[in-house]
Design a protein around this ligand. Sequence first.
Ligand code: 5GP
Length: 117
Amino acid sequence: MSKTIFQKIIDREIPSEILYEDEFCIVIKDIAPKAPVHLLVIPKKLITKLSESSEEDTKLLGHLLKIVREMAKEHGIEEAFNVIINNGEKAGQTVFHLHIHILGGDKVKLSSELITD
Ligand code: 5GP
């Protein structure tokens, strides 16, 4: 299986500004931001999509949400932000390496508006 774009970023094969990194994940800015702050939290482990995660990933998934919380705080959007995981092509997933979108900033939207975008 060829590497996903996110795997290439994790492996430093494609340059990208990595805002945060630990043993389990990285955080980058989305290349096509849909909000003033649009970050992606990406696990280093290749899980193609949330529905493909397993029981053994439970701790990792919790860790990713912890990083979401910390990143929202660090970027000053902790009062209002959206967290999105697109699962499957029909739901708009384009990169098949699990990632969590964090969207926020002064033009923060209602989640219902994001869904109809
Ligand atoms: P999805 O549609 O799969 O939920 O989200 C994929 C996201 O990855 C999109 O918002 C897209 O803009 C972003 N993206 C795709 N390729 C790159 C890239 O090379 N670098 C960065 N930083 N973001 C990317």
